[in-house]
Design a protein around this ligand. Structure first.
Ligand code: NDP
Ligand code: BG6
Length: 525
């Protein structure tokens, strides 16, 4: 870690490396009328176009049931990308839209016609990426229909066909296995790109850089030095207008099974032998296999689930989950989860791993905090050193991407008064032009160039379901408690007990959020 105090002027060395030019391709988006397409996919494509990454032979064919014409679709895309520049606007003029049901042959007949036309007129060269960005329950149906209509195979050996599949991949282990059977009936594993946008975030990838490009951290990254690890994925937003989808998912399926498991795997895995996609994925899978799978009874003891009720976010009153659009008045869906996990291997055995995620928490913050043991003997006066906390290494994934190291320092003055300070590395300050991209831009680019490194292999998905399934089973039992928390608070009191039972407490990331500025900063008292 280099504190960016010394960086006074940005040079080209500090700028993010450009993404390589993508090949020509027709991107077919199933669910083109949805929230993900509008909020993430089209803006990411617009940025790629304006950065010159998209080929002139690039186009989009949107597919969904909403009754739109090509013109309606193009104006929807324009509205979703107000900042799009001339290159993007020129490309959007050729975008096409197919309105139809996924179980109707006309939908795929029209799609094939558009694809042929795109090859002839737009120069897409027979390359296709099908992006399954619709509701997860129809992923298998769409894959089957693509095969039935001969859309799953490349035209010749110079062209490619790939499928990008959104999360959650299945609802539990049996349905994930079933979906894999359906996907593999239509596509080879090499063609399947299971997306988890957290893997596209710079700070998530930086977990690898920090651990394996530096000699000073790895020797202390183990049970001898680490006391505990906390992963927090907090959102201040509620479910917005995604109540229908969220009711079928809940926080465990929506965030823990995928984003949290990926972040944990990168934080805790052994060093891969190379950066090849499969070498990294092999190590992630090994780590996931080491995460303890609880019995249903243990799952109850080691988890807390809860739902938000009316409260305030930034002083503004917000409704409770059950009052949100498309949410049942007696919904049992959890909007908050806290878990206590164990990793059973030589490196991590005995180190508690706490994870929590929730909607309508006080702030949007995602971080991994690795807390080290206290010194074995404190030389200094305990009274004047009461503000000294154990060393903690914090990976801030968002917002204000960066890394902080908290350590003790002497407060200037006569006596030995020790308190915690933080050394803070900020991406934004160290690298000119580094954007807080949400991961989609990078991952869509990687799918276009065929780099699967940051995508999820089927065995990773399966093992992640094995880990979370016992909680789903335990919670489905009648009598299982769904706690409540007021919107704008850090979750239910019961979650504090989960951590306190091992003599610990949750970090307060709001305090940590103030550690910005890329300089040695004192922690607020
Ligand atoms: P939406 O609720 O916006 O739904 C997407 C589209 O699915 C809708 O536009 C709708 O299009 C179609 N749809 C809805 N119901 C059905 C149905 N019964 N049969 C067929 N199609 C249907 O979801 P999102 O866009 O939010 O999510 C899509 C996927 O992306 C999910 O897997 C989600 O987990 C994932 N995702 C979403 C993120 C987000 O921020 N939104 C972030 C990360 C992942 P139409 O009615 O026109 O067919
Ligand atoms: C998605 C979830 O996978 O991640 C959403 O479906 C959640 O519910 C989103 O809001 C969070 O992503 P980010 O990039 O904002 O942390």
């Amino acid at each position: 870690m280099s504190p960016d105090r010394g960086v006074t002027e940005k040079t080209s060395r500090d700028r993010p490396a450009a993404l390589s030019k993508a090949p020509p391709v027709a991107l077919v988006i199933f669910g083109a009328s949805g929230d993900l397409s509008a909020r993430k996919i089209f803006p990411a494509l617009a940025r790629l176009a304006d950065r010159g990454v998209l080929d002139d032979g690039f186009t989009v064919i949107g597919v969904a049931r909403t009754d739109w014409s090509d013109e309606d679709f193009r104006s929807h895309v324009s509205n979703a990308t107000p900042g799009g520049g001339p290159k993007w606007r020129a490309l959007t003029e050729r975008f096409k839209y197919v309105s139809g049901e996924y179980d109707h042959p006309d939908t795929f007949g029209q799609l094939k016609d558009h694809l042929d036309e795109a090859d002839r007129i737009d120069g897409t060269a027979g390359n296709r990426i099908y992006y399954l960005a619709t509701i997860p329950s129809v992923f298998g149906l769409v894959a089957g229909a693509l095969k039935e209509h001969g859309c799953n195979e490349a035209k010749d050996e110079d062209s490619f066909v790939r499928v990008v599949v959104e999360k959650p991949y299945g609802r539990d282990l049996p349905s994930a296995l079933e979906l894999d059977v359906q996907m593999h009936a239509a596509f080879d594993e090499r063609q399947i790109f299971r997306i988890d946008h957290y893997m596209g975030k710079e700070t998530v990838q930086n977990l690898l850089a920090l651990r394996f490009a530096n000699a000073i951290f790895e020797p202390v990254f183990n049970r001898r030095y680490v006391d505990q690890i906390q992963v927090t994925v907090a959102e201040s937003l509620g479910v917005e207008h995604r109540g229908g989808f969220y009711e079928t998912a809940g926080a465990l399926r929506d965030i823990v099974q995928n984003h949290v498991m990926q972040v944990l795997a990168l934080t805790l895995m052994e060093s891969p032998t190379s950066t090849d996609a499969d070498r990294i994925r092999d190590e992630k899978v090994k780590l996931l296999h080491a995460i303890d799978i609880p019995s249903p009874d243990e799952a109850v003891d080691k988890s807390v689930r809860a739902q938000y009720v009316t409260g305030e976010i930034d002083g503004v009153a917000v409704v409770g989950y059950r009052q949100e659009e498309d949410v049942a008045a007696d919904s049992q869906t959890e909007t908050y989860v806290a878990l206590r996990l164990r990793v059973e291997n030589w490196r991590w055995s005995g180190v508690p791993i706490y994870v929590r995620t929730g909607k309508r928490l006080p702030a949007r913050v995602t971080e991994v905090a690795v807390t080290f043991h206290q010194v074995p003997f404190l030389l200094f006066d305990h009274q004047t050193s009461r503000d000294l906390r154990p060393n903690t290494l914090i990976f801030r994934i968002q917002p204000d991407e960066g890394i902080s190291l908290e350590f003790g320092a002497k407060v200037p003055g006569e006596k030995f008064h020790i308190r915690s300070v933080a050394m803070d590395f900020s991406y934004d300050k160290a690298f000119a032009g580094a954007e807080a991209a949400d991961g989609y831009e990078r991952l869509i680019h990687d799918a276009m160039v065929g780099d699967a490194t940051l995508f999820i292999r089927s065995d990773e998905v399966e093992q992640a379901w094995r880990i979370v399934d016992p909680y789903l089973t335990a919670w489905s039992e009648s009598g299982s408690t769904l706690h409540r928390y007021a919107a704008g608070t850090w979750g239910p009191a019961m979650a504090d007990l989960l951590v306190e039972s091992t003599g610990s407490h949750w970090r307060n990331p709001e305090i940590d959020l103030e550690l910005s500025g890329g300089r040695l900063t004192e922690l607020p008292q």
